[in-house]
Design a protein around this ligand. Structure first.
Ligand code: CO
Length: 449
């Protein structure tokens, strides 16, 4: 119904008239109309029947994929995936412009301004610098974890989550936290920001870092300019920009030593029995443990972008070559061996693990890694204004919040990701900050030369 509305004569006419008179509009409306006009032009390029047919395919694909995953049977999903790919290739052709061709069309949808050329540069740097580091760490003795085999009461975990909300200055009068199978955040303007978390009795740190991650998304939403509420420009500027904030809080702040110097005593007081033999240093090493594993969503900070790199390379093949879908699992497994040094025993733990391709989302994955990389560049800029190590060890993160508000959050999505990088860091995205950050942190953690 919403699609029909957007394709109606009145709507199209309305957008066109506003676009033709854009100079007479106020600043917010100007950006809104530019966005709407761009979407409209794209939408008009694709025949309505084909889009409807595709929507039906995608809605069926979800359960076909879920069934294939549960039964570890890629064959069951193969023909559906093939149909989805066929449409996406056609879709790319419809949307191509002078500037954007092939996979770039899709990449731009998820992160305006990002292209294959830029991502290639980013990932080849990771391949050259991070893959060898991961292999080196992988060859060391694995960490002895004294938190394993212990149970952590869920109500106590919730108590600590509540404490974290205060540490991050989450305004509880403008949002709340509940539970769901997979943690997420959804914002309806700055006055209604909803977070969910998931608690596992046998995995204490899962709920802690999910909580910090989602609070990162929530802080972005709550700190956006309230004047932008109920416009098209509230909330985050892009997928990667949103993820840059959640991962900044989760990894750069939340997995730092200084943060836990302040907050570990609180955690220990809640779990006095369970953590009585676990020192701060052990806890710090534990939360930063590098392990080459199969599942992206459970990956540590260092190996995470390598999981994304596998998906990026396969998406390039899918969109820009005639690769046969039946070959994708073996390509997947080969890349996991190459980058993470591990064998993939089943497709369930391999190519079938993520829902994205069943939803037709090609071009989405790379934004996850890009978000982390944006964050590292922001850290470098932030350190010029703040005594970072000191402020992350304070009672709460109000100073970090204030910096990010002024440089990023307040603008909502009135600026492009590139404009926000320039405002916050003084320059366009540069992957070397991220690579340096990871190398420094993990070389030190593992006492490598
Ligand atoms: Co996120």
């Amino acid at each position: 119904m919403s699609y029909r509305l957007e394709r109606s004569e009145e709507y199209i006419e309305c957008v066109k008239v506003l676009y033709e008179n854009i100079d007479s509009l106020d600043d917010v409306l100007k950006v809104e109309i530019k966005k709407v006009y761009k979407d409209l032009l794209n939408s008009l390029k694709v025949p309505m029947e084909e889009l409807v047919e595709y929507s039906i395919l995608i809605s069926k694909a979800q359960s076909i994929w879920a069934d294939a995953k549960v039964n570890n049977d890629y064959k069951k999903f193969e023909s559906t995936l093939s149909e989805i790919i066929k449409f996406n290739k056609k879709y790319v052709k419809y949307l191509e412009t002078e500037e954007l061709k092939g996979y770039d069309v899709l990449l731009d949808i998820y992160e305006e301004g990002m292209t294959k050329e830029k991502y290639d540069k980013f990932f080849s740097l990771l391949k050259a610098e991070i893959v060898p580091l991961v292999h080196k760490i992988n060859s060391l003795e694995p960490l002895e974890v004294s938190l394993k085999d212990k149970l952590f009461d869920i109500n106590k975990q919730k108590e600590f989550a509540n404490y974290l909300m205060d540490v991050m200055c989450f305004d509880k009068s403008r949002g709340l936290i509940k539970e769901s199978e997979h943690p997420f955040t959804s914002g309806y303007g700055t006055t209604d920001v909803r977070i969910t978390n998931h608690y596992y009795e046998d995995l204490l740190i899962s709920s802690i870092f999910s909580c910090i991650h989602e609070l990162g998304h929530a802080t972005y939403e709550q700190q956006s300019n309230p004047d932008l509420d109920s416009t098209l420009l509230g909330g985050g500027a892009s997928m990667a920009m949103h993820e840059s904030q959640s991962r900044f809080y989760e990894n750069i702040v939340g997995r730092s030593y200084e943060f836990w110097v302040r907050h570990y005593p609180k955690l220990k007081s809640i779990f006095s029995e369970e953590l009585k033999d676990v020192t701060l240093d052990e806890f710090y090493k534990y939360i930063n443990n590098v392990e080459c594993s199969l599942i992206r969503t459970e990956a540590d900070e260092l190996t995470y972008p390598l999981h994304i790199m596998v998906r990026y390379e396969i998406e390039k093949l899918i969109i820009e070559s005639d690769v046969d879908v039946c070959e994708l699992p073996s390509i997947w497994n080969k890349l996991y061996k190459e980058y993470l040094g591990i064998d993939v025993p089943t497709d369930k733990e391999g190519i079938l693990q993520d829902v994205h391709w069943a939803g037709g989302s090609f071009g989405y994955f790379p934004t996850y890694a890009l978000g982390s990389a944006y964050g590292a560049q922001m850290l470098d800029a932030m350190k010029k204004d703040l005594d970072f190590e000191k402020v992350i060890g304070e009672e709460n993160l109000s100073k970090i919040n204030a910096w990010l508000k002024e440089k990023i959050h307040i603008f909502g999505s009135t600026k492009t990701p590139d404009e926000l990088m320039k405002i916050s860091t003084g320059k366009s995205f540069d992957a070397s900050y991220y690579v340096e950050y990871l190398k420094n942190k993990f070389t030190k953690l593992y006492n490598l030369k």
